[in-house]
Design a binder for this molecule. Structure first.
Ligand code: 26W
Length: 821
């Protein structure tokens, strides 16, 4: 170390108090008496940060001194959640912090509530990236995450008359204590312009003369490993106008216009696109993608060149993992760097590039596959477009060589689609330009090979692999479920939070009545925590002595929130007509949480329907004795942390073959909820592990659903043949939930009757039957908690540490590097 060692604050209550007062006084510039809650939170955040800082420096220093193979995760989204609690548990400080604050008359709970979570992601894919970087740090893997520092993350959702209204999420309003800007490490990113071919000494070279450029400013975030002294880095890029812009301001005279131009440049990282399945094909989105990918590659490669590294050996040093197609423009960008800037021959550069990249696909829906119009790509990134054409030409030549002149096949596999317009198929570019492609659950990887990338799997079977998703047990058990964590530790000792398969040791305790009783106490306490949160946050009153039936995830037709609504409506009907007796029925609280993409009409109608049905159900004096609906607005990671540990029943009810994996499903099982679910995504693996007796399976299988679709699916047949389904749909159509207005929910009902792309009606009866089995099972609380304990004991596989192990073994081949000292 070149810096003289500065002592980390002592790991004692006194040490913590001293550091806290220092931060409050010298950084926040206030006193305990005067400080606002915000001041107090910021001082606390900086105190936690101070404890991690020397570890962060040590990690960076040791990696510089001893360059080793690593992994760079490229993701347009990181749905991080709050940082404070995670920083405290990672450094073993929660008890100390609690006591230290108490000694100053402050409450940790009050201060932690002041943190606004960085919502820099939409849902599953972004949260997965956050879990993965946590696991990599905890497993001592030299890894860096690269992404975008959106000024506005996923919108804040509110309801007006039950309808979703979006508000900007200005999470940086009070500044973030968790980021460190490195403006001196800025990278200039170019766009537009034209290319020229020149011949130098008989060698043809292409030069790109860009039309405009912006600066990428890196902001570093700490990614602390759990109690292991390693702190990895997440590097998020923010756009700034270049100094050329500034100069123009000076020369041009029209100051206001020039400042507007500057704003234009800075728009690139202004906002996260809230569509998470239908790409909008927006120019700004492609700008975002190229912006962060180009900055990241430049950043990484310049650091290597600083070591005197030979780029020909790049694949020995790094794998760039592409989180879906969003960063796939990195493939032509690396080619451009190697060929145009570093003078490597095309073939050699291509060999290097393919070896450096691996691609993870997160979807099966055809409309979610990104495609960029050639017109747009040529205008924004003319050199990259040329490179893509050449990659495609050489690839199609290879296809012809292998299969002969099968023009149908060539057209099918071409990276360039011809219809409805010429466009670049990013998933195909990813398939050609990487050495490994993985799906995110067994079933998904199989369907990827058999249905989405079939021709590619045929050509390169060895490229395809599976890595089933996972979730971090630090955030989603240790931090979010302290009660269960203490119970587990009491039973099997500690160590499980970094070795989650050890939860198996709980299995025998499922048969121990005293343990089951303690388990139920923990669940009950978690329900009370949720009651408090919903009362405080949303003014929603829920009864902790009911079954908590939870469906939280983005709103999508394929996820089938509609099926859950039909169950609620049908139960409402039965309770109202007396077919079900409210006194003896199992009492349920159905909790929804879901954001809809702002432009997704049907999803927004479904949100309105849930709210209207909920209002009706809750207002009915008879029905509400046995059934209540809660739909807190703005579901996010912070809410998930209180909601999931309280749940009894986890709803994972997508149409089979549509949900790539799901990760919420894993969080619920790990926290002792039972799942009612279809044979889809990672549900398949959850059920295999926890056992059929402890999982409520229903619905069509993927092959069954496909067969029906092929034969011609007629949803109205189910309506005609099933009186219970007919009653439920008729009730919605009758205006029962819309103040008598029959037009309000008509689009939903007709869509179900005449289209029903995701086969809600086909699975209705099977779902209702499954819910009856749920009720019956819930009546025997002791048996239910036995199943719940077994869910916990058998879900250790779903740790993201295991996912990382699989990536390391199958794709990355990176060794751990523990941090010394
Ligand atoms: C607008 C373009 C677009 C398209 C797809 C943006 C974002 C996406 C993501 C792939 C959507 C997403 O989050 N997919 C989810 O990824 C999770 C992590 O692998 C899986 O568990 C979910 O099943 C999958 O839907």
């Amino acid at each position: 170390e070149t810096t003289p060692p500065i002592a980390t604050p002592e790991h004692t209550v006194e040490g913590f108090v001293r550091q806290y007062l220092r931060e409050l006084t010298y950084t926040q510039g206030t006193t305990l008496e005067r400080a606002s809650v915000d001041d107090k939170y910021l001082a606390l955040a900086r105190t936690a940060r101070a404890y991690l800082m020397s570890r962060w420096n040590r990690t960076v220093t040791q990696q510089y001194r001893q360059p080793v193979r690593g992994v760079a995760y490229l993701s347009a989204e990181y749905l991080l959640g709050r940082q404070l609690d995670n920083a405290l548990i990672a450094s073993g400080l929660e008890d100390i912090a609690q006591e230290a604050l108490a000694s100053l008359g402050l409450s940790l709970d009050e201060l932690r509530a002041a943190e606004v979570e960085p919502g820099l992601g939409n849902g599953g894919l972004g949260r997965l990236a956050a879990c993965f970087i946590d696991s990599l740090a905890t497993m001592n893997i030299p890894a860096i995450g690269y992404g975008i520092r959106y000024e506005y993350g996923i919108f804040r959702q509110t309801f007006v008359d039950g309808r979703q209204v979006e508000e900007p999420d200005s999470w940086l309003d009070h500044g973030s204590p968790w980021e460190i800007a490195r403006p001196e490490q800025e990278v200039e990113i170019a766009f537009g312009g034209h290319t020229e071919k020149t011949t130098v000494n008989g060698v043809e070279r292409t030069t790109w003369t860009p039309g405009w450029s912006v600066l990428a400013i890196p902001y570093n975030y700490m990614v602390p490993g759990y109690l292991n002294g390693r702190v990895n880095t997440l590097r998020l890029w923010s756009a700034r106008a270049t100094r050329a812009f500034d100069l123009k301001i000076f020369n041009y005279g029209d100051y206001a216009a020039a400042v507007r131009a500057q704003t234009f440049a800075e728009n690139i990282t202004k906002v996260l696109y809230p569509e998470d399945s239908t790409p909008q094909g927006k120019e700004l989105r492609l700008q975002q993608q190229y912006f962060f990918v180009a900055a990241s590659l430049h950043d990484y490669i310049e650091r290597l060149l600083g070591e005197g590294f030979d780029l020909r050996r790049l694949p020995e040093r790094i794998t760039f993992q592409l989180n879906d197609t969003h960063p796939v423009i990195a493939i032509p960008e690396l080619m451009r760097i190697l060929v145009d800037l570093k003078g490597l021959a095309w073939d050699e550069a291509w060999e290097i590039t393919r070896k450096c990249f691996a691609y993870t696909c997160h979807t099966l829906l055809p409309e979610a596959l990104e495609v960029w119009p050639v017109e747009l790509m040529s205008r924004l990134l003319p050199r990259h477009m040329e490179i893509i054409y050449r990659i495609n030409d050489e690839f199609l030549a290879q296809v012809r060589e292998r299969y002969g002149d099968d023009e149908m096949l060539v057209r099918r596999m071409s990276i360039i689609a011809e219809h409805p317009e010429r466009a670049v198929r990013m998933a195909f570019l990813a398939s050609v330009g990487t050495s490994k492609i993985n799906g995110v659950a067994e079933l998904h990887s199989q369907l990827l090979r058999e249905k989405v990338l079939t021709d590619f799997a045929d050509l390169w079977p060895e490229k395809f692999t599976n890595v089933t998703n996972g979730v971090t047990p630090r955030r989603f058990v240790r931090l979010s479920n302290p009660g269960l964590s203490a119970l587990i530790t009491e039973a099997i000792g500690d160590g499980w939070a970094t070795d989650l398969e050890r939860l198996r040791e709980l299995e025998p305790l499922a048969d121990d009545a005293a343990f089951r009783a303690k388990f139920r106490e923990v669940k009950q306490a978690n329900k009370h925590r949720l009651v408090d949160l919903l009362a405080r946050r949303d003014g929603i009153v829920i009864d902790p002595d009911t079954m908590l039936d939870v469906m939280v995830k983005r709103l999508h037709e394929y996820k089938r929130q509609m099926l859950k609504v039909l169950h609620v409506v049908s139960t409402y009907d039965k309770l109202r007509t007396g077919e079900l007796d409210p006194a003896s029925a199992v009492h349920r609280t159905v909790v929804f949480g879901a954001k809809a993409a702002p432009g997704y009409k049907m999803a927004k109608e479904i949100i309105a329907l849930i709210n209207h049905v909920g209002a009706r159900v809750n207002a009915d004096p008879v029905v509400s004795q046995a059934l209540r609906v809660a739909f807190p607005a703005n579901y996010n990671v912070t809410v998930a942390e209180t909601l999931i540990p309280a749940a009894d029943l986890s709803e994972q009810i997508s149409l089979a073959g549509k949900e790539a994996s799901g990760t919420g499903n894993m969080k619920f099982a790990l926290n002792g909820a039972l799942t009612v679910g279809t044979d889809d995504g990672a549900n398949v693996e959850i059920r295999q592990l926890v056992g059929d007796d402890h999982f409520f399976l229903f619905g069509l299988t993927e092959p069954e659903a496909s067969a029906i679709q092929e034969a011609g699916y007629r949803p109205s047949a189910h309506y005609e043949q099933n009186p219970s389904l007919r009653h439920a749909l008729d009730l919605i159509a009758s205006g029962e939930f819309s103040g008598g207005d029959r037009s309000v929910f008509e689009p939903i009902v007709s869509n179900l009757l005449y289209e029903d792309r995701f086969m809600v009606l086909a699975d209705y009866q099977s779902y209702m039957d499954a819910q009856e089995r749920v009720d019956a099972a819930y009546r025997d609380q002791d048996a239910w908690s036995r199943s719940a304990v077994l869910n916990v004991a058998r879900s250790g596989f779903f740790s993201s540490d295991r996912s990382m192990r699989d990536y390391l073994d199958r794709i990355w081949h990176v060794d751990p590097m523990p941090i010394e000292g």
